[in-house]
Design a protein around this ligand. Structure first.
Ligand SMILES: [Zn+2]
Length: 65
């Protein structure tokens, strides 16, 4: 688990490494209320659905199996 700083909203969020390859995740914001997190490793492509808030996206990312 590492802490990431999110410039868009001045927030910090704790995220687990990618459950598939162990790379760092990247937080993406599509609009004010649509967020998702994906793996930074282009060969891995782990990606989640879009959530309405960063905290919701983070909870789901951290509980992936
Ligand atoms: Zn990955």
């Amino acid at each position: 688990m590492k802490t990431y700083y999110i410039e868009y909203t001045n927030q910090e969020v704790d995220l687990e490494d990618c459950p598939f390859c162990g790379s760092d995740p990247i937080v993406k914001r599509l609009s004010l209320d649509s967020w998702f997190i994906r793996c930074s490793n282009k060969m891995c492509m782990a990606e989640q659905a879009v959530y309405r808030s960063l905290s919701e996206a983070a909870i789901h990312w951290n509980h992936r199996v």
